[in-house]
Design a protein around this ligand. Structure first.
Ligand SMILES: Nc1ncnc2c1ncn2[C@@H]1O[C@H](COP(=O)(O)OP(=O)(O)OP(=O)(O)O)[C@@H](O)[C@H]1O
Ligand code: SF4
Ligand SMILES: [Mg+2]
Length: 367
C-alpha cells in the first residue's frame, strides 16, 4: 500500500461537498433498518475520498442517497450540499439537470447501468446532451473522444452492451460518468466484477482521468489496499456509521478506531510485515444498535461505557477524527491490536480492565 500525493493530503480548499447528519432508514414489512446513521463529511475540489467497510455497512446506500437513487421505501434525512446547493430538497426536475452534468456514478454492475437496447454511441450522446445543447457533429466527436479516452476502439460505439466484455462495458460506464466533466464522480466498487488484470488497468485509467481533470471523487470498495492506492482521504464505515476519517497516512499508520485497526489486520500489507487476522464475529445487526457503540460486540477493548453511550466523532489530529470513547489511549490500543491474540473470540467477548476511559472521554460520551 502506498499513499497518494502527500501535498494533496494536507491541501485544504473550499468545500465542494458537505454532508451533514445524513441518515437513511429502509422501511421493510413490519420493521425498519437504519442503513446509514448520521454521516457527516466534507470534500474539497480535487479530493478523492475512499469509503471502505464490510459488505452491508451502508457504502452503496450512502452513494445512492447522494445521487437520489434510493427506492421509495427509503427515508432520508440530513443535508447534502454540492457547492452550497442543497440536493435533498431540490425538485426532481432540478435534480435531473444535475445528474450526469454535476454528479455522476460508476456502478459495480455495468450491464445493469447500461440500456440493453441502445447502442453505446446513443447512450454516450444521451449523457453528453444532458449537459446542454450539443450539435450532432460535435456530439459524435465527443462520443468518439470519450471512448478513446477510456482505451476503447471507435468501433465499440456502434455495439450494443451485450456485445461487449465486462471490462469494455465498465469502460463505457466510466466514459459516461466523465462525459460532462461533472463536479463529483461516485465510483461504487467499479472493478469488483472484473478479473485482476482488467481491474488494475481500469483503476489506472480512472486515476489518470482524476489527475488530468482534478476530479473530485468518492471511491467505494471493501478492499482497503485498493482504497489506499486511489484515495487522498479514507472514511471507514461500520454498520451504517462513519466511524473514522482521515488522510490515507493517518488511517494506515495511526488508526484510532478499533474497527479500523482490525480491518487493517485483516488485509495483507506490502509496507508492514504482519500476520493476517480477521475480526471475529459477524457485522452488527443494524436493528440492535441503539445507544451503544455499533462495534461493541466485536471490539476487544469494549467497556461498560461503550454500551451505555454511543461515541460521537471527535478530532484526533487536524483532518483526522474517529468515534470511540478511548481516543486518548489510541496508541496503546494500536499496539495491542497488532497482537493476533487480542482478536481471539474469547478475548473479544471478555470485558477488559484497561484502558479505563479518561474522565474527558466519559464527559464527552455523556454529553
Ligand atoms: N432497498 C432496500 N430495502 C431494504 N434494505 C436495503 C435496501 N438496500 C439496501 N438495504 C440494506 O441496507 C444495508 C446496507 O446496504 P448497502 O448495499 O448500502 O451495503 P454495502 O456496504 O454497499 O455492501 P456491499 O459491500 O455488499 O456492496 C444492508 O443491510 C442492506 O440489506
Ligand atoms: S467505543 Fe468502546 S466498543 Fe466502541 S470502538 Fe471504542 S472501545 Fe470499542
Ligand atoms: Mg455496495
Amino acid at each position: 500500500m502506498h499513499t497518494r500525493d502527500a501535498a494533496k493530503e494536507s491541501a485544504n480548499g473550499s468545500d465542494l461537498l458537505d454532508i451533514d447528519s445524513l441518515s437513511v432508514r429502509f422501511q421493510r414489512e413490519g420493521s425498519s433498518l437504519q442503513a446509514v446513521s448520521e454521516v457527516s463529511l466534507s470534500l474539497s475540489s480535487g479530493d478523492v475520498l475512499g469509503i471502505v467497510g464490510e459488505s452491508g455497512s451502508g457504502k452503496s446506500t450512502l452513494a445512492r442517497a447522494i445521487l437520489r437513487l434510493l427506492p421509495r421505501n427509503a427515508h432520508v434525512s440530513g443535508e447534502i450540499r454540492l457547492e452550497g446547493r442543497e440536493l435533498l430538497s431540490c425538485s426532481d426536475r432540478e435534480f435531473r439537470r444535475l445528474r450526469w452534468a454535476q454528479i455522476s456514478m460508476v456502478v459495480q454492475d455495468a450491464m445493469n447501468a447500461l440500456d440493453p437496447v441502445w447502442r453505446v454511441r446513443d447512450q454516450l450522446l444521451e449523457a453528453i446532451r444532458v449537459h446542454g445543447t450539443v450539435g450532432r457533429r460535435d456530439g459524435k466527436d465527443r462520443a468518439a473522444s470519450l471512448i478513446e479516452m477510456v482505451g476503447l476502439d471507435e468501433h465499440v460505439l456502434s455495439r450494443y452492451p451485450h456485445e461487449l466484455s465486462g471490462g469494455m462495458r465498465q469502460r463505457v460506464c466510466i466514459a459516461m460518468a466523465f462525459a460532462c466533466n461533472p463536479r463529483l464522480v461516485l465510483a461504487d466498487e467499479p472493478t469488483t466484477a472484473l478479473d485482476v488484470i482488467t481491474q488494475d488497468r481500469i483503476v489506472a485509467e480512472i486515476l489518470e482521468l482524476q489527475v488530468k481533470r482534478d476530479q473530485t471523487m468518492i471511491f467505494i470498495s471493501h478492499d482497503i489496499a485498493l482504497i489506499s492506492e486511489v484515495s487522498h482521504k479514507i472514511g471507514v464505515m461500520y454498520a451504517g456509521h462513519l466511524v473514522e476519517m482521515g488522510t490515507v497516512g493517518q488511517i494506515l499508520y495511526e488508526p484510532s478506531h478499533p474497527y479500523t485497526m482490525g480491518l487493517l489486520n485483516a488485509f495483507p500489507r506490502a509496507d508492514i510485515d504482519h500476520e493476517v487476522v480477521s475480526i471475529p464475529g459477524d457485522p452488527a445487526r443494524f436493528e440492535a444498535i441503539t445507544e451503544s457503540c455499533p462495534f461493541i460486540e466485536r471490539c476487544p477493548f469494549s467497556q461498560p461505557v461503550c454500551r451505555e453511550h454511543k461515541p460521537r466523532p471527535q478530532e484526533v489530529t487536524p483532518g483526522h477524527w474517529a468515534a470511540c470513547h478511548f481516543l486518548d489511549v489510541a496508541p496503546t490500543l494500536r499496539e495491542r491490536a497488532k497482537d493476533p491474540l487480542t482478536w481471539r473470540p474469547a478475548n473479544v467477548k471478555a470485558t477488559i480492565r484497561e484502558p479505563q476511559p479518561s474522565s474527558s472521554a466519559k464527559e464527552r460520551s455523556a454529553a
